[in-house]
Design a binder for this molecule. Structure first.
Ligand code: DC
Length: 227
């Protein structure tokens, strides 16, 4: 494979397996994996902790000046954890209380500008796999490879259930189904950078694929692009 590094944008609905794919691609290519959803989750956590009204734009703008976000590699899990003001919030940002509010927070234009500026910085040397909703459309519209991941709703619910029930035994499938529906609606209909497939994205429907099959398909696309 060529040594020239590219940007790979992985977009799609919640719980479609985007992160699994993006992480595997990054590990294989020795690229940096960036989970942009974690950034919106950490911002939502900050606003929730400080009881900031999402509709109060000046309070939200003020809060953003107090937020420092970064990813740090965790050798124990072999993954990067999200840090909010030097605190590891990787587990807390996955909790239902954050999931229930994060789409509202991610719909605020000031929040998006704040996160996107940092995402641009993270991608300036290329060699990244960035996972999100607007990466191929807004953040890196010139990304060399754009993958739009989709999966059957019932399969998405089951995957999220298995993921969450590993750490939270109280969560129900019904709660997850409602949350995914709610987030899909907000993510696709918001005014700023709604989730949509970029015209030049390659669609990967992994409903009936194993992780390995989805990885192999994506790697074949990478090879096509970088030769
Ligand atoms: O990928 P995730 O489920 O952790 O994302 C959390 C929320 O953040 C999701 O509801 C939509 C939003 N998001 C976004 O608006 N833009 C991104 N690039 C990534 C996530």
């Amino acid at each position: 494979m060529s040594t020239s590094k590219i940007i790979i944008a992985v977009d799609g609905y919640s719980s479609c397996g985007k992160s699994t794919l993006a992480k595997a691609l990054a590990a294989h290519l020795a690229y940096v994996f960036i989970d942009t959803g974690a950034m919106y989750r950490a911002i939502a956590l900050y606003l929730l902790r400080h009881q900031i009204d999402f509709n109060d734009t000046s309070k939200v703008i003020e809060a953003l000046t107090q937020i420092k976000l970064y990813f740090k590699y965790n050798a124990q899990t072999a993954k990067s954890d999200m840090y909010l003001n030097d605190e590891n919030v990787e587990l807390e940002i996955r909790e239902m209380r954050v999931s229930q509010k994060v789409s509202e927070v991610a719909a605020i234009s000031e929040v998006r500008s704040f996160a996107v500026a940092q995402q641009h910085e993270m991608g300036k040397d290329k060699g990244i796999v960035m996972d999100g909703r607007d990466i191929g459309t807004v953040v890196f519209p010139n990304a060399a490879l754009k993958i739009f991941v989709t999966a059957d709703p019932a399969i998405r619910i089951q995957r999220r259930y298995l993921e969450l029930s590993a750490t939270n035994s109280k969560v129900t499938r019904e709660e997850i189904a409602q949350n995914l529906q709610h987030r899909d609606l907000i993510d696709t209909t918001r005014e700023h950078s709604p989730l949509r497939q970029a015209e030049d994205a390659r669609v990967l429907d992994n409903s009936n694929m194993t992780r390995e099959e989805q990885f192999n398909l994506a790697i074949s696309w990478v090879k096509e692009v970088i030769g």
